[in-house]
Design a protein around this ligand. Sequence first.
Ligand SMILES: Nc1ncnc2c1ncn2[C@@H]1O[C@H](COP(=O)(O)OP(=O)(O)OP(=O)(O)O)[C@@H](O)[C@H]1O
Length: 314
Amino acid sequence: MNAVISLQNISKSFGRNRALIDVTLDIPQGVVFALLGENGAGKTTMIRILTGSLKPDSGTASVLGLSCLKDGQAIRQQTGYVSDSPAMYEWMTADEIGWFTSAFYDDEFPGRYAETLMGFDVPPGVKLKNMSKGQRAKVALALATSHDPELLILDEPTSGLDPMVRRQFLESMVDRASLGRTVLLSSHQINEVERVADWIGILHQGDLKLVQPLQALRDSTRVVTATLEHGDAAVLMPRGEVLTEAKNGRQMRWIVRDLADDWRSDYGDASGVIKIDEETPTLEEIFVAVCDTNAVRPTQQREQVKPTSGVSAV
Ligand SMILES: Nc1ncnc2c1ncn2[C@@H]1O[C@H](COP(=O)(O)OP(=O)(O)OP(=O)(O)O)[C@@H](O)[C@H]1O
């Protein structure tokens, strides 16, 4: 795999707070990679390490083959980056800041910038301090993309944008990836991300719990629901990696990764189950299951499959 971003055993703490714990990750070229995580999961910390603005406690990180520690300047030149709170010269107009920024890039920057601003419907002559939050976000995005970077890193890129522009913007990320460019975006907007991401990474309390192409994640994760004969019937868990289990009256519901092919054979006439179904979960359901601290752990599973044991509700 040709990795555009590579993290090897990265850890970072702030005092006693472990923001990233032994994170290893390779992101291939030409994909939209969505980094998902709850508030405080470590997304911004990871992005700051990638852009060379924060030093990890241990581990190595590279971007486009350059060391994040030593080559921060070169990385910033070859990537586009929008932070979750972009700092810009407030007294400049959108036009002026574009002109100022173009000095750092190639001759095509001004044309691309003007085109992007026009596409976003941003008034070029208005000072940034007099713009709405959404207009400022659009200027920051235009500045980050107009040198057509190999890699675009976006921390919560669509916050502050209205739904139409969010859609337009996310679709343009797919276009970038189809041209071989790579996009890393962190987001809370799981439903939006699901439409555009090729790869998903889920951070939970500094721990990178899951990294997978979205389609493979969908194919390997199932929701299994079982209707029981009566509410206190003991029932086997589906064979596979059970992420969560929930009980509601006579209905059991599990989210399971790598469900065994012949799992239905466990639910014959004497199983206490009168109906069983399987469906594909949404990305949001998978996210909640992976980040659910009450989730059933795989080591518990075989102990709990004994028909004599009850099943606890989550
Ligand atoms: N400069 C800092 N000093 C002290 N603690 C920090 C610092 N930066 C981050 N942290 C802590 O590290 C943890 C991870 O923070 P981070 O900003 O990376 O999370 P995040 O996933 O980006 O969250 P959010 O979605 O809320 O922006 C949090 O507990 C945060 O309080």
